[in-house]
Ligand binder design. Structure first.
Ligand code: UDP
Length: 478
């Protein structure tokens, strides 16, 4: 009993987005494997979607995504849900602005209330709050309940540095400057000169929006964190990481999905039902299939979808295309693909609303990834040595493209001009999939994969940083 009282107990809380929930779940598993008790909190709406997508359970209240992790590994992971302030039927995508305002101004009260209740009744005693860097309330809640305040940034350190030094971008006239201005000098600690076009989209916004307000507040908040952990790799981003370390304790612990070898653990995290693509892939030649996905939140115009569809046909390359049912946000026309497209592709292409991405890109038949450059997708693609065709749409994806194409040379730019044209789409797909450019990309990606492999080995930087982080947190608690 006495021993149990001293066990660190962390509340983990991701933003309610697919690309945040997945790394947070991996983090929960890794912390639990090091002896932490974890209380993992999803929003009620996220929980509802995971339940709907992954089970036939009709009583969602009793569906606990960590059941298998507990029974299989004996981890002490508890699962709770919190209201985001809106009823389940509220359409968060259509009413995005209202929803974001709720996340900015109302949500903290619900979190405060839940943490307060957990604080009173829970054993072992809650010691840490480990929340997403995008949240604006963690320092307030951590102070109120005397918890160690840990921030988890699920994107690259480069993006973190740019947001962290948002004031410097403002002073130098690069914030909110949407143009191909190329006069950036090196003034952000740890960041080589970066062109304004490569800044995350929210730093290019020419007006104040709820989203950039939220990030600004989130980054004021993170300056009060005791520790910051980041899903990146020291050897890939040494300069931003060491510069950030001079400001606050900053640990690179990525790719979190590879740490500690719990890659096969099955925890339902998907917000959509997954279509199985294995049968379709099975007869295809090695490295011949292009996987196309723009992640969980980005939207495209119908015009771009049509050009991409024609480009895919022109390329004659086999493909799996994940087309979420909400991929085109503002169109009343349900039929977003060119007329007759699905008949024309026959067995050349498979269109699915969602799939298990890891199981697709780990299939040896997949040889290229047309991606929006979401950070998880980038790390997964490198890990499975699948070169990328980069079509960043917004947020960190813009900056991640720079890392993938310009710095690490494991991907190509999708469209050189602003407009997407089918002939260029076809040409780029072929350069990605075959010929000398494809060979060069495949060689480069193997090198970068080696960096990931080394980082998560028992003596690697991410493993060492994770252990150091655990030790530092325990020291702070005691
Ligand atoms: N993903 C998936 N199935 C899909 C598309 C995406 O499982 O059909 C997963 C993908 O493996 C990744 C996450 O969803 O782990 C998306 O995160 P990412 O950072 O790449 O993009 P975001 O959705 O945040 O824009």
């Amino acid at each position: 009993m006495e021993d149990n009282q001293e066990k660190p107990h962390a509340i983990l809380m991701p933003c309610p987005l697919q690309g945040h929930i997945i790394p947070f779940v991996h983090l929960a598993i890794n912390l639990a494997s090091k002896g932490f008790t974890i209380t993992f909190i999803n929003t009620e709406f996220t929980h509802y979607r995971i339940t709907k997508a992954t089970t036939s359970a009709n009583n969602q209240e009793y569906y606990d995504i960590f059941t298998e992790a507990r029974t299989q590994f004996g981890f002490d992971i508890r699962y709770r849900i919190v209201s985001d302030g809106f009823p389940l039927v509220f359409d968060r995508a259509v009413n995005r602005e209202q929803f974001l305002k709720g996340m900015l101004y109302i949500f903290s009260a619900h979190v405060d209330d839940l943490v307060g209740k957990l604080e009173q009744n829970t054993k072992p005693k809650i010691t840490c709050l480990l929340a997403d860097t995008f949240y604006v309330w963690p320092s307030m809640v951590a102070k109120k309940y005397n918890l160690v305040n840990i921030s988890f940034w699920t994107e690259p350190a480069l993006d973190f540095s740019l947001y962290y030094h948002w004031d410097l971008l403002k002073i130098n006239g690069h914030f909110g400057y949407y143009d191909n201005r190329e006069d950036t000098r090196k003034y952000i600690p740890g960041v080589e000169a970066i062109e304004p076009k490569d800044l995350p989209s929210y730093l290019q916004d020419t007006q104040t929006t709820t989203m950039n307000k939220m990030i600004y507040k989130g980054y004021e908040n993170v300056k009060e964190a005791d520790f910051i952990i980041c899903n990146t790799i020291q050897e890939l981003e040494p300069k931003p990481i060491s510069a950030l370390n001079e400001k606050q304790p900053f640990y690179s612990i990525g790719p979190i999905f590879l740490l500690n070898g719990f890659t096969n653990i099955s925890i339902p995290t998907s917000l959509w039902s997954e279509s199985d693509c294995t049968q379709w892939l099975q007869p295809k030649p090695h490295g011949s299939v292009l996987y196309v996905s723009f992640g969980s939140v980005a939207h495209c115009s119908k015009k771009d979808i049509i050009e991409i569809a024609h480009g895919l046909l022109l390329s004659k390359v086999s493909f799996i295309w994940v087309l979420r049912n909400d991929i085109v946000s503002s169109d009343d026309d349900d039929d977003i693909l060119p007329v007759g497209f699905e008949d024309e592709i026959r067995d050349k292409g498979l269109i699915v609303p969602w799939c298990c991405q890891i199981s697709v890109i780990s299939n040896p038949t997949v040889g290229g990834f047309l991606t929006h450059c979401g950070w998880n997708s980038v790390l997964e693609s490198i890990w499975y040595s699948v070169p990328m065709l980069c079509y960043p749409i917004f947020t960190d994806q813009i900056t991640n493209r720079k890392l993938v194409v310009d710095d690490w040379k494991v991907g190509l730019n999708f469209c050189d001009k602003k407009e997407i044209r089918r002939d260029e789409v076809s040409e780029k797909i072929n350069r990605l999939m075959s010929g000398k450019s494809a060979t060069d990309l495949r060689n480069n990606i193997k090198q970068v994969k080696k960096t990931l492999q080394d980082a998560v080995s028992t003596i690697g930087s991410s493993e060492r940083n994770f252990n150091k982080f655990i030790g530092d947190v325990k020291a702070k608690i005691s």
